[in-house]
Design a protein around this ligand. Sequence first.
Ligand code: ZN
Ligand code: ZN
Length: 287
Amino acid sequence: MNTLTDRDHLVITGSKDATCYGYCAACNKVHSLSAGNSRRYALELMAELEKNRRIDFINPDPEPIFSTDCLWKDRGGQMFGVLEGIDKNGNIVLLRAFSGQFNTCWQVEGWVPPTFDLEGYNQLLPNIDSSIQQLTGEIEHCQQIASQCQIRFEEAMGSGSLKAQKDCRRQMKEALKALALAKKKRRSYSRSRMTAFHDLYQLHNFRGEQRSIREVFNENRGIPTGSGDCCAPKLLQAAARMKLTPVGLSEFYFGKENKSFTRHHKKFYPCCTNKCQPILGYMLCGL
Ligand SMILES: [Zn+2]
Ligand SMILES: [Zn+2]
């Protein structure tokens, strides 16, 4: 088994010139993809974004929600990506992606869809929200009972009645037990829903495999929020599903710089360390 140092070394040496890379546990090596010609297509996309100031440019009737004005507001800009792929007849196919949602939309015509199952997500989310609300209500109810018991117990202490004190102590014990149980119920529900949510991310690779992000994420820490939503995994997922062979991938930032000043307008960046690298080794496997 590799130590983390061996793996880090593999990642550092295997990622030279790569825009997109990650360690693949199945092959015990780093798979990577470089920019290739995609950089040129990415520059074209930047020019289109600047000229049209919206992302629904294939639509003759612009919708205000798809205007790029939101990329210059407080929230800051966004990452965009381009993949150059070859189809089975040898034709070049270009795919475009925006990271995460664009102005609250997961899906926009002309752009690759999210990596996860959007229909499943739309069904899962409202149920989770209402169940969590109900479980939180139960916790609040138990908290109220526990504090009422506390007041009654203090009164009983003042009255000097031993029987009343004993009764109150018993009631309080029961109330605290019910509170702990309600909290445990909400915790285990959240955990199970998180698993269901992660299973909506069925990641494809170029060996024709398909696996949940839970099985793919190859670092011993929780899967960060937004893992699978960056441009690189979105583009690779779409390419694998369309049976394209990716030959280049580029990601750039567009809009107001982010709060930590690590992302700047029209600059290119390699795949991110936290959310992408732990899944990209698997996703690039088979290329
Ligand atoms: Zn990323
Ligand atoms: Zn592999």
